[in-house]
Design a protein around this ligand. Structure first.
Ligand SMILES: NC(=O)c1ccc[n+]([C@@H]2O[C@H](COP(=O)([O-])OP(=O)(O)OC[C@H]3O[C@@H](n4cnc5c(N)ncnc54)[C@H](O)[C@@H]3O)[C@@H](O)[C@H]2O)c1
Length: 447
């Protein structure tokens, strides 16, 4: 096995978010609050999670952050871009996710985070407009400005390393075209101001060119393009996407594998949501919703392995709706009605009513993804980081492969990657080591 040498997490880590709305400012506030000991980073594996090492009999259980080197919260520098000029405190107040009691003790630190001017195109996000936007002759020039922003941020804040996590609005649905095939065709298209180059793609390009690991937290196409995958491989930069896996889809990837494990059939799965934040407003535009719908619908097919189980999952009626309903703000409510069937085809129903908080669920994902991407970079990993599928609704995988959606299998893959980086024995939960036996003890497996 190739030995991994992870560089230490010395110095400061910059975390940049294109988009400083509800998710981003909730993430930032949580970091600043935890740093002061005012709250706990709940939901974050890198802060609170443990990993088992070695055989069960060894009783070695380590905090993940003690097992491998990560930036301390004190060493994280926060920044971002937005089309609105509000600082992170003002944006967090507007987002109405966190209460003033939680925001005011960190007001000074949040107010100091001012958004850099954004690269924006109203053709890709229809329902919002703002003044804090760059102008340039070509899209290529705009991408160069983003590269300068990254360089300046790194220098001015004395950062050793920077990672970028897209927390901007969901852009309109787009498809891979000729412009997106190679780094050369992409640069040419930017120089020609092609309408097929979205702002998120320019941020991705700028990040990879600056050696900055990039995660796409939204479902629209950016890092998933062949040109970006090639560029990331060529320049040795880790990338991951797409779309944070939080409320309803998180539940789906917990429940669906359980039903399949018991060979229970599914006739239909109807999911609907109401939410009233800006994300919900943007998703009212059918083009932006299409990006989200594609991402949300893809999950069940792969979990159910429809082609192998036509009798159980051959005809699942899967519907996903998102309704903008202002009074609910960020406190999304999701309903799932699952029509299942069992022995001799008898029907049953499961109802899930999840009263969640969108940004509260997403914020720790931003931290974990940033920390793990930084770890990946220091471990010398490049290109698509499939082991971070755990956090994503539409995991980006190597061409020709199917993504893994089952949350528990995703977690196993994540943990084994950490063990691999830390030069520990991998744990195969189907293998004998899981039970604490040597291969020679196979006869005891059923005991
Ligand atoms: N909250 C969740 O649970 C969750 C889950 C999955 C995905 N997401 C995605 O995360 C993203 C952020 O969600 P949110 O609730 O914070 O939305 P939000 O609307 O509160 O914030 C998005 C911000 O991005 C800004 N923006 C838009 N285009 C930009 C650009 N080109 N450059 C810089 N800034 C830009 C907007 O002005 C806005 O302030 C959305 O795409 C959303 O779909 C959120």
């Amino acid at each position: 096995m190739q030995q991994i040498n992870v560089k230490p997490a010395s110095g400061k880590l910059g975390i940049l978010t294109p988009g400083m709305g509800a998710v981003s400012t909730t993430f930032m506030a949580g970091i600043l609050s935890a740093r002061k000991g005012l709250s706990k980073p709940i939901g974050s594996l890198t802060e609170m999670g443990y990993i088992r090492l070695g055989k069960r009999t060894e009783k070695r259980n380590s905090l993940i952050r003690e097992f491998l080197p990560f930036a301390r919260l004190q060493d994280i520098v926060l920044g971002g871009w937005d089309i609105y000029a509000d600082n992170a405190y003002e944006a967090a107040v507007n987002a109405k996710v966190l209460e003033r009691d939680h925001l005011d003790p960190i007001k000074d630190e949040l107010s100091a985070i001012k958004p850099m001017s954004a690269v924006f195109d109203a053709a890709y996000v229809k329902n919002i407009s703002g003044p804090n936007v760059k102008t340039g002759k070509t899209k290529y020039d705009l991408a160069q400005m983003l590269r300068d922003d990254i360089k300046n941020f790194k220098k001015n804040n004395n950062c050793d390393r920077v990672v970028m996590v897209w927390c901007g609005s969901t852009e309109a649905y787009s498809q891979v075209g000729a412009e997106h095939q190679t780094p050369e065709s992409f640069e040419k298209a930017m120089k020609e101001n092609s309408p097929h180059i979205a702002p998120s793609m320019m941020y991705t390009y700028a990040a990879i060119m600056e050696g900055v690991p990039y995660v796409n937290g939204a479902p629209n196409l950016s890092v998933e393009l062949p040109c970006m995958i090639k560029l990331a491989e060529d320049r040795g930069v880790p990338i991951a996407g797409s779309d944070f896996k939080t409320g309803q889809t998180l539940m789906k990837t917990i429940v669906a594998p359980g039903l399949k494990a018991r060979m229970l059939g599914v006739a239909g799965w109807y999911s609907t949501n109401i939410l009233g934040n800006r994300d919900g407003e943007v998703l009212q535009d059918p083009e932006s919703f299409k990006s989200k719908e594609v991402s949300k619908l893809s999950v069940l097919d792969t979990i159910f392995e429809t082609e192998n189980h036509p009798d159980l999952y051959g005809d699942v009626h899967h519907v996903v709706k998102i309704n903008y309903y202002k009074p609910r703000g960020d406190n999304k409510e999701g309903w799932d009605n699952i029509d299942i069937f069992g022995w001799m085809g008898y029907p049953m129903q499961i109802k899930i009513n999840f009263l969640c908080r969108d940004s509260i669920l997403a914020a720790p994902l931003v931290l974990d993804l940033a920390q793990f991407m930084d770890l990946a970079s220091r471990a010398g990993f490049k290109g698509i980081q499939e082991w971070l599928s755990f956090y994503l609704k539409s995991p980006l995988v190597k061409p020709g492969l199917l993504p893994e959606h089952d949350l528990q299998l995703q977690k196993l893959k994540l943990e084994n990657t950490l063990r691999y980086i830390g030069r520990e024995e991998l744990i195969n939960h189907l293998g004998l080591t899981y039970y604490g036996y040597d291969e020679s003890d196979a006869s005891k497996i059923g005991n």
